[in-house]
Design a protein around this ligand. Structure first.
Ligand code: AMP
Length: 454
């Protein structure tokens, strides 16, 4: 099937062709006709499936085919909400590229940078706004943006938005939108919370499911290498050098760990930079740009900072430490093997992480193949020190609970556990340092988050 058979205009097709896309991906094949028909959509699609073009291309087509009937300043007609700044910036770039030949204006707004330029640009009139929820609300409170003319709403990575505690912000935004509009909801997973949100948001939606829930792309080769914690860095440097890996995204669990590893790799002569929530937006953007253009070989990232990162044909992802939450493993390795390219995901697993590995394999419903570099076999005398709350616990301390218990714990205060204080570095107000996600209160009940993005 070709893009031209999907009913997109010549100007959009031209822009798509310039991107080098030869044919639509499965999510695009399914979602584009639905969106063009004006129907609501609930799509289960992970980053890397081409979902951004799946909603952006038809959205552009709808907006350009029917100019706004509002006189004077252009009202915002399409709103794309995303959980993180990086994702917002990437979607913004895609919108720009796909709308190159259209007379539509788009703008990306997120926190952590000055609000004034954003207000100025809004004043000039914007058709498509890509935003993180907190900054959007700030702009709205300051009357810098009018959301009453929104025709199409996209909630992207809705599962992550809920994980990050944005549900109240989302509801506040929804309250500002006109009742009559088209809604598109994209989520990698469909928890009960997402289903509840979908029920209130969507009217008779078409559903599109592209990759089975929590299934990594088949284009990603996965391997596990057991190794002692103290020798992980040495092994990583060796593998990068031996394999002549030129572009490697490495995940650590904490911001401190990311900094430290980037520094040590530098000492090994491997150019590396860390990105995480404590880095300024400028530093993160610079590091990502350097990584994309190849002037640094390794980008060391925490889960939140890397969420939604779109790096063309990224060949290698390394889990330097396994994530506490098994689903994050799928998100992490989804950075490679995107669209049509293949990739390799390697997890360096020390004895402390065996339980985390078991949880991941249970989620994947299969064992990840083991590989071993001679000379790096784990020392059998080193015994596990289970990880709790991002720190090594006392040896022999009980881990507490069955799988469902640990899930409940791990899904709620995930950000704090991973050492990441704020979603993608979004500054929090009102949260007083508490994690944004709804939290378990010990009695298993959830209390709504108070924090918000900026
Ligand atoms: P996404 O899932 O939207 O983050 O897209 C993942 C990557 O796939 C991005 O680098 C897109 O530029 C690329 N992409 C999107 N659609 C296509 C397509 N039809 N053919 C090839 N690459 C694509």
């Amino acid at each position: 099937m070709s893009f031209s058979s999907l009913g997109l205009s010549a100007d959009i097709l031209r822009a798509v062709e310039e991107q080098g896309y030869r044919e639509p991906t499965p999510v695009q094949r399914q979602a584009i006709p639905v969106v063009l028909s004006g129907q609501d959509l609930m799509a289960s699609a992970q980053t890397g499936t081409g979902k951004t073009a799946g909603f952006t291309l038809p959205l552009l087509q709808l907006l350009s085919a029917k100019p706004s009937d509002v006189k004077g300043r252009r009202p915002v007609r399409a709103l794309i909400l995303t959980p993180t700044r990086e994702l917002a910036a990437q979607i913004g770039e895609n919108v720009q590229a796909y709308s190159k030949y259209l007379r539509l204006r788009s703008l990306v707004v997120f926190g952590g940078v000055s609000i004034n330029p954003q207000m100025m640009k809004l004043r000039g009139g914007v058709d498509i706004l890509v935003a993180t929820p907190g900054r959007l609300l700030d702009l709205e409170h300051q009357n810098a943006v009018d959301l009453s003319r929104i025709e199409i709403l996209v909630l992207d990575e809705a599962d992550r938005m809920l994980d990050m505690g944005f549900i109240h912000d989302i509801r506040r935004v929804l309250a500002k939108l006109p009742a009559k509009r088209q809604n598109l909801l994209f989520s990698a997973t469909f928890s009960d919370e997402i289903k509840a949100l979908a029920n209130t948001l969507l009217t008779r939606p078409a559903s599109v499911e592209v990759v089975r829930r929590n299934t990594p792309s088949e284009l990603v080769t996965q391997n596990v290498h057991f190794v002692d914690k103290k020798r992980k860095r040495e092994l990583l440097s060796l593998l990068i050098g031996k394999g002549n890996w030129q572009q490697v995204l490495v995940f650590t669990r904490t911001k401190h760990g990311a900094n430290h590893l980037a520094e040590l790799l530098g000492k090994d002569g491997i150019t590396a930079a860390a990105i995480h929530g404590n880095k300024s937006q400028g530093a993160r953007t610079r590091a990502l740009a350097n990584f994309k253009e190849g002037s640094i070989r390794v980008l060391v990232a925490t889960d939140i900072a890397a969420r939604g990162l779109d790096i063309d044909q990224l060949p290698h992802v390394v889990n330097y430490e396994l994530p506490n939450v098994p689903e994050d493993y799928v998100h992490r390795i989804g950075r490679t093997g995107r669209a049509e390219s293949t990739g390799e995901a390697l997890s360096l697993v020390c004895v402390d992480e065996h339980k985390l590995l078991r949880d991941i394999e249970r989620l994947l419903k299969r064992e990840i193949p083991r590989i071993a570099e001679p000379g790096f076999e784990p020392d059998p005398n080193i015994k596990a020190e289970p990880i709790q709350n991002g720190r090594q616990s006392q040896r022999g301390a009980p881990r507490g609970g069955d799988r469902s218990g640990s899930e409940r714990h791990s899904t709620a205060p995930r950000r704090q556990r991973s050492g990441e204080g704020s979603p993608s570095g979004e500054q929090r107000r009102g949260g007083q340092g508490k994690p944004a996600a709804s939290r378990s209160q010990g009695n298993g009940q959830r209390r709504p988050a108070r924090a918000r993005s900026e």
